[in-house]
Design a protein around this ligand. Structure first.
Ligand SMILES: Nc1ncnc2c1ncn2[C@@H]1O[C@H](COP(=O)(O)OP(=O)(O)OP(=O)(O)O)[C@@H](O)[C@H]1O
Ligand SMILES: [Mg+2]
Length: 290
């Protein structure tokens, strides 16, 4: 057992928080273990630190996400998964007290460059949230809205085509084609989540970020979304945060394990779940904390 893992165990056993935190601080400077960098990166993150006021939520995270890869981000509640994910398309800009440092690039372009158009960025790097959040508009309008504001369709026929294709890619078309002009909020939770995926796809993103996209869904709706993730990875790069290790194992190529704001290990998913390289990853996947 590493010093860090034993410190963690001690912390849980004795609730001796300050001492445990101290040893974590020392050990936190250990580099991430595993296959952190890739040959064909779509996104490259280097020495990323994220703060909420003076509280640091992400510590010195470096990682690549490869083109057409599905990468899962796992770890105990509060370890910074959502914070890190949201920094990839500058959603954290909407949080006043949040500050992101370090380098986050897509295809070599710095996403935090002052002249970068953030609205356009959020179309290129789309996001699907934990709770399905369709606009209070029709199914059609939910999907058509993005292409309209980004000027992706010249005619109504073009727009109809984008809407249909996006709903097909999200495996929702057959279920909604007769009711396109009814409210999106009238769909079931699983259908709403696929509508949100269709909405993200409609603006032709390059990367899709998903933050626990199935946590509000039943097993059948979850299976549909998981199937979809696999299909979508043919065209998109996907980063998914999940609390379900089974889900990470089913859908992702690599898995990143976060612990107290640090990226501990990144490895091919199968390896993470069968032969983790770090004691902390092992402790988490065997259910010792989280
Ligand atoms: N808007 C915010 N303001 C202040 N602190 C925040 C904010 N959002 C997150 N944090 C803090 O940052 C840390 C990481 O939170 P984050 O939501 O990223 O964790 P998480 O791994 O996604 O957790 P969960 O699995 O519960 O969703 C936590 O300590 C949290 O309290
Ligand atoms: Mg979260």
């Amino acid at each position: 057992m590493t010093q860090l893992a034993s410190a963690d165990k001690k912390k849980r056993a004795t609730k001796a928080k300050p001492a445990a935190m101290k040893s974590l601080e020392v050990e936190g400077h250990e580099p991430t273990v595993g296959k952190v960098f890739t040959e064909n990166p779509k996104m490259t993150m280097r020495n990323v630190n994220v703060y909420y006021d003076d509280k640091q939520a992400i510590h010195d995270v470096s990682i690549d996400i490869a083109k057409n890869e599905v990468i899962a981000m796992i770890g105990p509640s509060g370890c910074g998964k959502s914070t890190f994910l949201r920094s990839l398309n500058r959603m954290n800009d909407t949080v006043d007290i949040c500050r992101v440092e370090g380098e986050i690039c897509m295809d070599g372009e710095n996403l935090y460059a002052p002249k970068l158009d953030v609205v356009e960025l959020r179309a290129r790097v789309g996001m699907v949230f934990q709770k399905p959040n369709p606009f209070p508009k029709s199914i059609y309008e939910n999907v058509a809205y993005g292409p309209k504001i980004h000027g992706l369709a010249d005619t109504r026929v073009d727009l109809d085509e984008i809407v249909e294709n996006s709903l097909r890619k999200a495996s929702l078309w057959e279920e909604v084609k007769e009711r396109l002009h009814q409210a999106g909020t009238g769909l079931s939770g699983g259908q709403q989540q696929r509508l949100c995926i269709a909405r993200a796809i409609a603006v032709s993103p390059e990367v899709i970020l998903m933050d626990e996209p199935c946590s509000a869904l039943d097993p059948i709706a979850t299976a549909k979304i998981e199937e979809l993730i696999e299909e979508l990875s043919e065209n998109f790069t996907i980063a998914i945060v999940t609390h379900s290790m089974q889900q990470a194992a089913r859908v992702s190529h690599r898995t990143a394990y976060f612990h107290l704001g640090r990226l501990i290990e990144v490895n091919p998913t199968e390896q993470v779940f069968t032969m983790p390289q770090h004691q902390l990853t092992e402790a988490y996947i065997t259910g010792r904390f989280g």
